[in-house]
Write a protein that binds this ligand. Structure first.
Ligand SMILES: Cc1cc2nc3c(=O)[nH]c(=O)nc-3n(C[C@H](O)[C@H](O)[C@H](O)COP(=O)(O)OP(=O)(O)OC[C@H]3O[C@@H](n4cnc5c(N)ncnc54)[C@H](O)[C@@H]3O)c2cc1C
Length: 154
Protein backbone atom coordinates (compact mmCIF):
# COMPACT_ATOMS: atom_id res chain seq x y z
CA UNK A 1 0.00 0.00 0.00
CA UNK A 2 1.35 3.44 -0.88
CA UNK A 3 1.88 5.89 1.96
CA UNK A 4 -0.30 8.96 2.32
CA UNK A 5 1.95 11.90 3.08
CA UNK A 6 0.77 14.99 4.92
CA UNK A 7 2.31 18.07 3.36
CA UNK A 8 3.74 21.43 4.46
CA UNK A 9 2.69 24.91 3.27
CA UNK A 10 5.31 25.09 0.47
CA UNK A 11 3.99 21.80 -0.94
CA UNK A 12 0.43 23.08 -0.64
CA UNK A 13 1.35 26.09 -2.78
CA UNK A 14 3.10 23.82 -5.30
CA UNK A 15 -0.04 21.69 -5.67
CA UNK A 16 -2.46 24.63 -5.93
CA UNK A 17 -0.21 26.13 -8.58
CA UNK A 18 -0.52 22.99 -10.70
CA UNK A 19 -4.35 23.05 -10.68
CA UNK A 20 -6.38 24.97 -13.24
CA UNK A 21 -9.65 24.76 -11.30
CA UNK A 22 -10.84 24.15 -7.77
CA UNK A 23 -14.08 22.85 -6.30
CA UNK A 24 -15.79 25.00 -3.71
CA UNK A 25 -17.97 23.08 -1.29
CA UNK A 26 -20.72 25.06 0.45
CA UNK A 27 -23.81 24.24 2.49
CA UNK A 28 -27.10 25.54 1.11
CA UNK A 29 -30.16 26.91 2.89
CA UNK A 30 -31.59 23.40 3.20
CA UNK A 31 -28.36 22.17 4.78
CA UNK A 32 -27.48 20.27 1.61
CA UNK A 33 -24.01 20.26 0.01
CA UNK A 34 -23.50 22.55 -2.99
CA UNK A 35 -20.18 22.15 -4.81
CA UNK A 36 -19.09 24.26 -7.79
CA UNK A 37 -15.98 24.29 -9.96
CA UNK A 38 -14.20 27.64 -10.16
CA UNK A 39 -11.18 29.26 -11.69
CA UNK A 40 -9.15 30.98 -9.02
CA UNK A 41 -6.07 32.83 -7.90
CA UNK A 42 -4.11 32.05 -4.74
CA UNK A 43 -2.11 34.65 -2.88
CA UNK A 44 -0.93 35.15 0.68
CA UNK A 45 -2.60 31.94 1.79
CA UNK A 46 -6.06 33.02 0.58
CA UNK A 47 -8.10 32.01 -2.45
CA UNK A 48 -9.48 34.60 -4.90
CA UNK A 49 -12.58 34.00 -7.02
CA UNK A 50 -14.79 35.96 -9.35
CA UNK A 51 -18.21 35.57 -10.96
CA UNK A 52 -20.93 37.41 -12.79
CA UNK A 53 -23.63 38.84 -10.55
CA UNK A 54 -26.54 36.67 -9.42
CA UNK A 55 -27.06 32.94 -9.17
CA UNK A 56 -27.62 30.37 -6.50
CA UNK A 57 -24.06 30.50 -5.11
CA UNK A 58 -24.53 34.02 -3.77
CA UNK A 59 -27.76 33.06 -1.97
CA UNK A 60 -25.91 30.11 -0.50
CA UNK A 61 -22.91 32.20 0.60
CA UNK A 62 -25.17 34.92 2.06
CA UNK A 63 -26.84 32.28 4.21
CA UNK A 64 -23.62 30.51 5.23
CA UNK A 65 -20.19 31.78 4.20
CA UNK A 66 -18.24 28.78 5.49
CA UNK A 67 -16.66 26.87 2.60
CA UNK A 68 -14.07 24.29 1.72
CA UNK A 69 -12.04 24.35 -1.50
CA UNK A 70 -10.64 21.12 -2.97
CA UNK A 71 -7.77 20.84 -5.45
CA UNK A 72 -6.19 17.77 -6.98
CA UNK A 73 -3.56 17.10 -9.60
CA UNK A 74 -1.00 14.62 -10.92
CA UNK A 75 -3.50 11.77 -11.18
CA UNK A 76 -1.74 8.65 -12.40
CA UNK A 77 -3.12 5.13 -12.46
CA UNK A 78 -0.74 2.41 -11.26
CA UNK A 79 -1.28 -1.33 -10.87
CA UNK A 80 1.09 -3.90 -9.40
CA UNK A 81 -0.63 -6.90 -10.96
CA UNK A 82 -2.43 -6.50 -14.25
CA UNK A 83 -5.29 -8.88 -13.37
CA UNK A 84 -5.76 -7.95 -9.69
CA UNK A 85 -8.22 -5.11 -9.28
CA UNK A 86 -7.19 -4.30 -5.71
CA UNK A 87 -3.57 -3.80 -6.73
CA UNK A 88 -4.54 -0.71 -8.72
CA UNK A 89 -4.34 2.74 -7.20
CA UNK A 90 -4.34 6.34 -8.29
CA UNK A 91 -1.37 8.54 -7.46
CA UNK A 92 -2.42 12.07 -6.57
CA UNK A 93 -1.54 15.30 -4.92
CA UNK A 94 -4.38 17.21 -3.29
CA UNK A 95 -5.20 20.11 -1.00
CA UNK A 96 -8.19 21.20 1.05
CA UNK A 97 -8.57 24.82 2.15
CA UNK A 98 -11.16 25.63 4.81
CA UNK A 99 -12.38 29.11 5.65
CA UNK A 100 -14.93 31.87 5.31
CA UNK A 101 -15.94 33.52 2.06
CA UNK A 102 -15.75 37.30 2.11
CA UNK A 103 -17.06 39.58 -0.66
CA UNK A 104 -14.56 42.20 -1.90
CA UNK A 105 -16.36 45.50 -2.53
CA UNK A 106 -13.54 48.05 -2.75
CA UNK A 107 -12.70 48.88 -6.40
CA UNK A 108 -8.91 48.79 -6.04
CA UNK A 109 -9.03 45.57 -4.02
CA UNK A 110 -11.21 44.01 -6.72
CA UNK A 111 -8.64 44.93 -9.38
CA UNK A 112 -5.83 43.50 -7.24
CA UNK A 113 -7.77 40.24 -6.88
CA UNK A 114 -8.57 40.11 -10.61
CA UNK A 115 -4.87 40.59 -11.32
CA UNK A 116 -4.06 37.66 -9.03
CA UNK A 117 -6.46 35.49 -11.04
CA UNK A 118 -5.20 36.78 -14.41
CA UNK A 119 -1.59 36.20 -13.43
CA UNK A 120 -2.30 32.60 -12.53
CA UNK A 121 -3.73 31.82 -15.95
CA UNK A 122 -1.64 34.05 -18.20
CA UNK A 123 1.57 34.48 -16.25
CA UNK A 124 1.42 38.25 -16.48
CA UNK A 125 -0.16 41.33 -14.87
CA UNK A 126 -0.65 44.95 -15.90
CA UNK A 127 -4.02 44.46 -17.56
CA UNK A 128 -6.40 47.31 -18.26
CA UNK A 129 -9.81 47.14 -16.66
CA UNK A 130 -12.85 49.20 -17.48
CA UNK A 131 -14.77 50.58 -14.53
CA UNK A 132 -18.29 49.36 -15.42
CA UNK A 133 -16.98 45.79 -15.83
CA UNK A 134 -15.13 45.92 -12.51
CA UNK A 135 -18.17 47.40 -10.77
CA UNK A 136 -20.38 44.66 -12.24
CA UNK A 137 -18.23 41.61 -11.51
CA UNK A 138 -18.44 39.94 -8.10
CA UNK A 139 -15.04 39.30 -6.56
CA UNK A 140 -14.64 37.29 -3.40
CA UNK A 141 -12.04 35.43 -1.39
CA UNK A 142 -11.88 32.41 0.81
CA UNK A 143 -10.09 33.61 3.92
CA UNK A 144 -8.35 30.39 4.83
CA UNK A 145 -8.21 29.24 8.44
CA UNK A 146 -6.99 25.70 7.79
CA UNK A 147 -5.03 24.15 4.91
CA UNK A 148 -4.25 20.50 4.48
CA UNK A 149 -2.22 18.84 1.76
CA UNK A 150 -1.78 15.20 0.99
CA UNK A 151 0.06 13.19 -1.58
CA UNK A 152 -0.44 9.55 -2.37
CA UNK A 153 2.04 7.47 -4.33
CA UNK A 154 4.56 10.32 -4.74
C1 LIG B 1 -13.59 24.51 -14.87
C2 LIG B 1 -14.69 25.47 -14.50
C3 LIG B 1 -14.35 26.74 -14.04
C4 LIG B 1 -15.35 27.64 -13.68
N1 LIG B 1 -14.98 28.87 -13.21
C5 LIG B 1 -15.93 29.74 -12.82
C6 LIG B 1 -15.56 31.01 -12.27
O1 LIG B 1 -14.38 31.38 -12.12
N2 LIG B 1 -16.57 31.83 -11.89
C7 LIG B 1 -17.89 31.48 -12.01
O2 LIG B 1 -18.75 32.26 -11.64
N3 LIG B 1 -18.25 30.31 -12.51
C8 LIG B 1 -17.30 29.43 -12.91
N4 LIG B 1 -17.68 28.19 -13.41
C9 LIG B 1 -19.11 27.87 -13.45
C10 LIG B 1 -19.58 27.55 -12.03
O3 LIG B 1 -19.16 26.24 -11.67
C11 LIG B 1 -21.11 27.66 -11.87
O4 LIG B 1 -21.74 26.85 -12.84
C12 LIG B 1 -21.59 29.09 -12.03
O5 LIG B 1 -20.86 29.98 -11.22
C13 LIG B 1 -23.08 29.20 -11.70
O6 LIG B 1 -23.27 28.86 -10.35
P1 LIG B 1 -24.62 29.32 -9.60
O7 LIG B 1 -24.63 28.78 -8.22
O8 LIG B 1 -24.76 30.81 -9.72
O9 LIG B 1 -25.70 28.53 -10.43
P2 LIG B 1 -27.02 29.05 -11.14
O10 LIG B 1 -26.68 29.63 -12.47
O11 LIG B 1 -27.84 29.87 -10.20
O12 LIG B 1 -27.73 27.65 -11.43
C14 LIG B 1 -28.32 26.93 -10.35
C15 LIG B 1 -28.50 25.48 -10.66
O13 LIG B 1 -27.72 25.01 -11.75
C16 LIG B 1 -26.93 23.88 -11.40
N5 LIG B 1 -25.52 24.21 -11.68
C17 LIG B 1 -24.86 25.36 -11.39
N6 LIG B 1 -23.57 25.29 -11.81
C18 LIG B 1 -23.42 24.06 -12.36
C19 LIG B 1 -22.31 23.39 -12.95
N7 LIG B 1 -21.07 23.97 -13.07
N8 LIG B 1 -22.49 22.15 -13.41
C20 LIG B 1 -23.71 21.55 -13.31
N9 LIG B 1 -24.79 22.14 -12.75
C21 LIG B 1 -24.66 23.37 -12.29
C22 LIG B 1 -27.09 23.65 -9.91
O14 LIG B 1 -27.68 22.42 -9.66
C23 LIG B 1 -28.02 24.72 -9.42
O15 LIG B 1 -29.11 24.23 -8.74
C24 LIG B 1 -16.72 27.28 -13.78
C25 LIG B 1 -17.04 26.01 -14.24
C26 LIG B 1 -16.06 25.11 -14.60
C27 LIG B 1 -16.46 23.74 -15.07
Amino acid sequence: MQAKTTLQQKDIEFIIDRCDACYIGMVDQENLPYVLPFNFGYHGGNLYLHAGPGGKKFEVIKNNNRACAAFSTDHELRGRHEHVACSYFMKYRSVLLYGLIEMIEDYDEKVTALNIIMEKYTGRTGYNYNAPAVNNVKVFRLVVDKAQGRSFGY
